[in-house]
Each structure stands twice: as C-alpha cells, then as structure tokens.
Design a protein around this ligand. Structure first.
Ligand SMILES: *Cc1c(COP(=O)(O)O)cnc(C)c1O
Length: 376
C-alpha cells in the first residue's frame, strides 16, 4: 500500500452542516456559518477582526490593497515561501526585496532586514514556516522603528503561538489558509486577520467588491454603493459550513497531529544525534502546531536519492519551496544578492507523509526506511 504525503481529514459533520446551510436558504457569503467561524476565531485566539476569504492568497491580496501598495513600493519578504506571499504585492506593482532565511529555520532572518530598508520600503511580509513563529519582537521593532507595515503569512500557523500570542494576531494584518493541505481545511479557503483598527472598515469594503454592502446589511446605512477598490473575496456559506465542522474538532485534530509529530521526532532523533540529518528546530519563543514534519539532508543530491528511495518502497515524501529569487518569473528582477540559507532549505529540506489518520505503524514504516537509507 502506498503511503501518501497528505490525506484530507473529515470530522464527519461537514456534510451535515452543509445541508443545514442549504436548508437555511442563504448560501452566499457572510451567512450563519461564516459568522460562527468568525466568532470562533475572535473568541478563541484574541483576533480582533477576522474575515473569511476564498483562500489565503486572496487574504494576502486584500492585505496589499489595504496597505495601498503602489507601483515602485518595496516589500521585504523571505524567498523561501509560497508564491502567494509575494505575488499579492507584485500584483499591485511592488518590487519584492528578498531576505534570507535564518540558519536554523526557514523563517526570515530578522537580522538581515534592516540593511534592505530604503525610503521606498512599505511593508515586511513574514511567513511562519511549518507553523513555527518568526522572531516577532525583533520584526515588530524593526517595522515600528521604520514605520513599516508587517503582514504575517500565517497560512500554516493556525493554533500556534509566539510568547503566548496567537500567530496572525501580532502584525498589522495576518492571513490564514484552509487549503486541504493545512491542519484545518475547507478545500480552498482562507482568512484575513485585521489587528489594526484603521483597516477594519475598509477591509469589509474591499472584500465586498468595493461596496459598503456589509454596513448596509447591518443596517448602519440606508443604501450601499461603490466606494473603493475591491473584489469578491468572500466565500460561500457552504464553505464556511464545512470549515465550522473542522473548527469544532480543532483541539482533537491538533492533539493527534502533535502525537504524529512527536513520534517522528523520537524515531529520528538518533539520526540527528549521529550528525546524519537535521530535525526541525523550534525556538524557545515558538510553539509547534504540528503542521508538517521535515528533515534537512546534507545536499540536493542526497535528498534526491532519499526521495527516490522512499518512492521505491511506496512512500511519498516531497521537497518544498524553490527559492523565489531564482524563479523563472522573478530572477531577472532580483538584485544579485545570494541568499544561501534559503537555497540550502530549497535544496535539502524534505517533508514526510503527515495526515490525521496516519497510524504509528505507518509512521514507523517511514522512519525505518529512512534509517535503512542511511545504513542504520
Ligand atoms: C498554503 C500557503 C499559502 C496559500 O494558501 P491558499 O489558501 O492556497 O491560497 C500561502 N502561503 C503559505 C506560506 C502557504 O503555506
């Protein structure tokens, strides 16, 4: 039997809630289940204002519009990330100034940012890779010192914390994903977090095609019209109904995922102790939300052989991001700076199969084969 890399987990209530949403007779955006999801996050994670979106990509695009990113503005971001973290800003004409990752984690290195700030710099985008927090105190201090906005791409970071603060709640804006590869899913889906009051009203307008329809539906105004830029960023209540079934089971999902993560760590620790591979490093200020389990090989060639070997025993382990500063779309726009840590993770990081229903035996099949590959 093949061991897949990912397998979406359904809690069992998804179709029931979708039927309820249909029975309520209103399946467009901001219906009953959307409101329940917003309340869930605002109550459980001290997130000031949440707005479900159709994806994390869309939440990031909303962030770029909210921050008034204009052609020629510069945005500092990691190169080791998903395209959407930066594409949202490129769509508004920004130039991306890529910063290197830390040595010990794929997260942006706060110490390498200040040298990249110019009078045109408008924002810093940070990505909490694998749900492990970036060094937010240092990053927020930089943003405040230079009057920059900070956007947290928290796509992978649900239920994860920095010094006790929920990720997504620290920067001016945050974005989550509920894509089926994340911890909590709705197929496609996302959420924008607004932590700065200045942006709340306009975020609702941008999300509703540039109209003040949200305020109209609340009875705050007696007619609505076109008042700003915008697009259709809100999901159907059917999507929210699916998501709510997941949220009700968040604690259970997280508990199981953390067990999976811990078993991988325990089983593979001997390889790290022998200096053969590196396991994830969780800084003391960060929690681990068990979004993924990765290990770091010694070279691209070794990683390629490991992936190939695991394929021969029906295990689907995969590499992750390719450096965006070297991508076909952006390399000619990138300045010549090398980003060695980013390249290192692009070449050597490998993600292991990880899904809720994975059994300890299946996990041991994976770890035994990895040990076999390394002759242990
Ligand atoms: C998954 C992911 C995204 C994109 O999320 P979508 O909901 O698919 O748009 C963006 N950034 C990071 C870091 C991600 O992991």
């Amino acid at each position: 039997m093949k061991i897949p890399f990912n397998k979406p987990y359904f809690t069992g209530k998804e179709t029931q809630y979708i039927r309820e949403a249909v029975a309520l007779g209103k399946i467009s955006g901001d219906g009953t289940f959307t409101k329940k999801c917003h309340q869930f996050f605002e109550n459980n994670y001290e997130l000031k204002k949440c707005l479900l979106t159709t994806s994390c990509t869309d939440a990031l695009e909303m962030a770029a519009i909210l921050l008034n990113i204009q052609p020629g503005d510069e945005v500092i971001a990691p190169s080791y990330t998903f395209v959407s973290s930066v594409n949202a800003f490129v769509l508004r004409g920004a130039k991306i100034v890529f910063a290197d990752s830390e040595d010990q984690t794929p997260n942006i290195d706060a110490n390498k940012i200040e040298a990249l700030i110019t009078p045109r710099t408008k924002a810093i985008v940070v990505v909490h890779y694998a749900g492990v927090a970036c060094d937010m105190d240092a990053l927020m201090a930089l943003a405040n010192k230079h009057n920059l906005f900070l956007v947290e791409d928290a796509a992978q970071a649900i239920d994860s914390f920095y010094k006790g603060k929920p990720l997504g709640s620290i920067g001016h804006l945050g974005a989550f994903s509920f894509h089926e590869t994340k911890n909590i899913i709705s197929g496609e889906g996302g959420m924008l977090i607004i932590n700065d009051d200045r942006f709340v009203q306009r975020a609702e307008i941008i999300r509703e095609k540039g109209t003040n329809r949200s305020a109209f539906f609340r009875g705050e105004i007696d007619k609505y019209g076109w008042v700003d830029l915008g697009s259709s960023f809100l999901p159907s209540d059917i999507i929210a109904a699916f998501l709510y079934a997941q949220l009700e089971n968040l604690q259970d999902i997280q508990k199981r995922r953390k067990e999976i993560w811990q078993l991988y760590y325990t089983e593979l620790l001997s390889l790290q102790d022998a200096g053969i591979i590196e396991l994830p490093n969780i800084p003391s200020y960060a929690t681990n939300n068990a979004h993924m389990f990765y290990l770091v090989c010694n070279s691209l060639e070794e990683r390629t052989r490991l992936i190939e070997y695991l394929k021969t025993v029906n295990i689907n382990a995969v590499f992750h991001y390719l450096s965006l500063h070297k991508s076909p779309y952006y390399f000619s726009k990138h300045d010549d700076r090398d980003l060695p840590n980013c390249d290192k993770f692009a070449d050597t990081l490998i993600r292991l199969p990880f899904y809720y229903e994975m059994t300890p035996n299946t996990q041991k099949t994976v770890t035994t084969n990895i040990k076999k590959f390394y002759g242990k």
